[in-house]
Design a protein around this ligand. Sequence first.
Ligand SMILES: NC(=O)c1ccc[n+]([C@@H]2O[C@H](COP(=O)([O-])OP(=O)(O)OC[C@H]3O[C@@H](n4cnc5c(N)ncnc54)[C@H](OP(=O)(O)O)[C@@H]3O)[C@@H](O)[C@H]2O)c1
Length: 240
Amino acid sequence: MTVPRLGLFGKGRLGSAIAAEAGAALAWQVGREESPTTPVAVAIDASVAEAVEAHLAWALETGTDLVIGTTGWSVPDLEGRVAGHIGVLAASNFSLSVALMARFATVLGRFAALDPARDPFLVERHHRLKADAPSGTAKTLAGALLRGCPRKTEWTLGTPAPHQLSIGVVRAGAEFGTHTVGLDAPAELLELTHIARSRAPFAQGALAAAQWLHGRRGVFTMEDLAADLLDPLFAFGGKP
Ligand SMILES: NC(=O)c1ccc[n+]([C@@H]2O[C@H](COP(=O)([O-])OP(=O)(O)OC[C@H]3O[C@@H](n4cnc5c(N)ncnc54)[C@H](OP(=O)(O)O)[C@@H]3O)[C@@H](O)[C@H]2O)c1
């Protein structure tokens, strides 16, 4: 993989993992109250939600493509601001295995839609220092599941009403990130779990995202990157 010249916002856990993977491709890595030093092809944001808007403004001003791995942020009219100027890829989880899991989640949702006794749910666990809950990945997976199951229209962390998808959150210890999507039916339980054993899958995915994004214009997600690779896996010409 040829990684373009990179800049990195954030010196925390994710930022350090990306820096370790990027090696010589990394031109700079800045923390709070530090500024980029040289032009780069792509910058990666691995900082905090409150800083994302300023990093986007910098990317637009300098014409730098931006991969946003930070979660929990929202920027009004992102599409309108970015259109035609730079490429932005925002992903709550850079792991391609999680992109595959999102596709499975939609199929689980569709399967649940066939029978109201099949009750879909989602559980996520992260280290105790994680700022947002549920995780960005949990929201992505919940969205994928909801897309498949029309009787569920939103998720909740509390006691769910019939139209709500129940999400459980644990914040404890040093867990990198575990997500389970499942269907609970009276006589069966179906669960699919992704466990991150380190931050390496996120760092490798961030670099793949930077490479894929460079030169594209508009707002993308990991979905766009994953579609080429993953969708052919769901073609069953004969017997599966
Ligand atoms: N997309 C993915 O695959 C993925 C995977 C893991 C995590 N994440 C997300 O990535 C983000 C970072 O996670 P983390 O575990 O690395 O958090 P972290 O260890 O707390 O690191 C965040 C870093 O950002 C720095 N920072 C704060 N304001 C900044 C600014 N204006 N410019 C540059 N850096 C600034 C912080 O510095 P101070 O210490 O000085 O405040 C800190 O070093 C979170 O939103 C997390 O949910 C995404």
